[in-house]
Design a binder for this molecule. Structure first.
Ligand code: UDP
Length: 327
């Protein structure tokens, strides 16, 4: 049995779907602060906080859990700069509580959502797993600290983990039944699509004076179902005796904020208004992944490798669920 923390959230819920569609037994553990119960579907669900070590230990025993996929975290770069306490407390201290519960219950395998934000500004080239990790945001710093804990827990207690360093998760499940729904929304593609739906007057471009081809930040967008697939491969790898490791996950191609807006205009057929605004603190200019290591070692391969397809899947969700999971 696999326990998924944050399984009611955006990436968590898509991974739960994918796991269950392949016959895995899953229990979702989420405090529903940012997650949505509607996204959990028919999976077994425990409402709980990662700080509640006692409840975690009890849940591990009750469901005979042997592995954990850990998504539960706050994940907004901008907010992490204005409220670092919230990020260190929840992401860092919360993860320690989870790891301690795992130790107590003898749960040995962990797949963990790390982030491209652990690298910070590395320049123009593709980021490999060996690129220096120098986060530019508190959010990235919290994810780096969590990776460090896991490495130390592996050495000392033999807890085995795979850290997946995601680049920009985007898109929605092909069914159109679940998708991205943050409140307030801060991510680029959903905000562009909200502007397309007329829910916002425009999309604000956060800075056009970066050292990139058109001055706007470049990111590597990866489809949520491809991310989910990587978690499943990572779990299988650990259960087959694989050693602790870490992988980048991206498409290997970067798109600027302006290019993403152009793509959305093309996909939706709507002339979405855009306006240049100031930079957002903590944003590196360019983040593009080399995902060669996970392709080579786990046979992972993105199925959604064009930005048009990714944005089209997001549009299917947003245009049919303009208020997310709210009726
Ligand atoms: N961005 C933007 N306007 C917005 C939201 C985001 O220009 O309203 C930019 C942001 O500065 C970054 C990129 O879009 O360069 C992706 O941001 P997002 O928050 O989606 O993901 P992040 O890269 O922070 O994980």
């Amino acid at each position: 049995m696999i326990l998924v923390t944050g399984g009611a959230g955006y990436i968590g819920s898509h991974t739960v779907r994918e796991l269950r569609s392949r016959g895995a037994d899953v229990v979702v553990y989420d405090n529903l602060v940012t997650g949505h119960i509607e996204a959990v579907g028919s999976a077994p669900f425990v409402k709980g906080d990662i700080f509640d070590k006692e409840l975690l230990v009890k849940t591990f025993a009750e469901y005979k859990v042997d592995s954990v996929v850990h998504f539960a975290a706050y994940s907004l770069v901008g907010e992490s700069m204005s409220d670092p306490a919230k990020y260190y407390r929840n992401n860092v201290a919360g993860t320690l509580s989870l790891l301690d519960a795992m130790l107590e219950a003898g749960v040995k395998y962990l797949v963990f959502s790390s982030s491209a934000a652990t690298y910070g500004d590395t320049g123009d080239g593709l980021i490999t797993e060996d690129s220096p990790q120098r986060p530019t945001s508190v959010y990235g710093q919290t994810k780096l600290m969590m990776e460090q804990f896991m490495s130390d827990y592996d050495k000392a207690y033999g807890m085995r983990y795979v850290a997946l360093r995601y680049f920009n998760a985007a898109g929605a499940h092909v069914s159109g039944e679940i998708g991205e729904a943050h409140k307030p929304e801060s991510h680029l593609i959903p905000i562009i699509l909200q502007a397309a739906l007329g829910q916002r007057s425009h999309i604000g471009i956060f800075g056009d004076d970066y050292p990139t081809r058109d001055g706007t930040c470049i990111r590597d967008y990866i489809h949520i179902t491809d991310l989910a697939d990587a978690h499943i491969r990572a779990l299988d790898y650990l259960k087959n005796g694989g050693k602790s490791t870490y992988y980048n996950l991206g498409n290997g191609e970067g798109f600027s904020v302006k290019e993403v807006i152009e793509t959305a205009r093309r996909v939706t057929g709507i002339d979405i208004p855009a306006r240049v605004e100031g930079r957002r603190p903590g944003d590196p200019a360019t983040l593009v992944a080399s995902s060669e290591k996970i392709k080579r070692e786990l046979g992972w391969k993105p199925r959604f490798d064009s930005l048009d397809e990714i944005v089209a899947s997001a549009w299917k969700w947003h245009s049919t669920h303009p208020h997310g999971f709210e009726k």
